[in-house]
Design a binder for this molecule. Structure first.
Ligand SMILES: [Zn+2]
Length: 233
């Protein structure tokens, strides 16, 4: 393998390694519970809490209505028992009866409203739960895909690292030093192909003498314009 071909292959391998490692990072970030799942779970929990509140409220009102009915009965038993004869006391009992009945009406309206609220809360909860179920199913499928992709990328990464190891072993350490320094300075591109007389790094035509020299692949020729190593395929 010529000097520049070795470096060109090294660059291709490094480029691929970079792509693989970027994707692996993305996958690592995407694995785990997504915001969408967290949000859907929160909606379902909120809906559950709301329903529990509605149920408590309805049960309390039901007990209150029961209590008022009981008091109305007791009051009326006294009123119509014939045992109370004092007109003022009778008038008081009558008055109590009226106000208790009004109270019962009010509480029964509240109870009805609470029952409607409970029904709405049940519907909201069931909607939130089914939405959560769908989101989790989709998320699980995505996670499976990501895990499969990760495993494939890890294999690819291992192969590329092996390939890189053999390339490094076959290249002059001094050239590797030049390559690495250029790669850092030139946005990751140290070796560029000259195609139809044009340097693919800067899109400028290097002088013919440079191109000819680069064509041998045995000396490192740097583009006059962008400073990268020129390689002819
Ligand atoms: Zn150039």
């Amino acid at each position: 393998m010529s000097r520049t071909r070795g470096l060109h292959n090294l660059q291709k391998t490094d480029d691929e390694l970079q792509i693989v490692s970027r994707r692996l990072k993305e996958i690592a970030a995407a694995l785990g519970e997504s915001d969408q799942v967290t949000q859907a779970r929160k909606h379902a929990t909120d809906a559950e809490e709301h329903l529990a509140k509605c149920r408590t409220q309805a049960r309390d009102l039901d007990l209150e209505v029961g209590g008022v009915i009981q008091r109305i009965e007791t009051n009326e038993q006294r009123l119509y028992s014939g045992r109370v004869t004092n007109p003022k006391e009778l008038a008081n009992l009558q008055e109590d009866s009226v106000s208790l009945k009004r109270w019962r009406e009010k509480k029964e309206e509240d109870l009805l409203e609470a029952l409607v609220g409970e029904e709405d809360a049940e519907k909201t909860l069931s909607g939130a739960q089914s939405n959560l179920g769908q989101i989790i199913a989709r998320w699980e499928a995505d996670q499976e895909d990501l895990v499969a992709e990760r495993s494939q990328l890890e294999t690819q990464q291992e192969e590329l690292l092996q390939q890189r190891g053999s390339l490094i072993a076959s290249i002059d350490p001094e050239d590797i030093g030049i390559y690495q320094a250029l790669r850092q300075r030139k946005g990751g591109r140290a070796v560029v192909v000259v195609e139809n007389g044009i340097c693919e790094g800067c899109r400028m035509p290097p002088p013919t003498s440079q191109v000819q020299q680069a064509g041998t692949g045995e000396t490192l020729v740097f583009c006059n314009n962008c400073g990268r190593i020129l390689h002819l395929i």
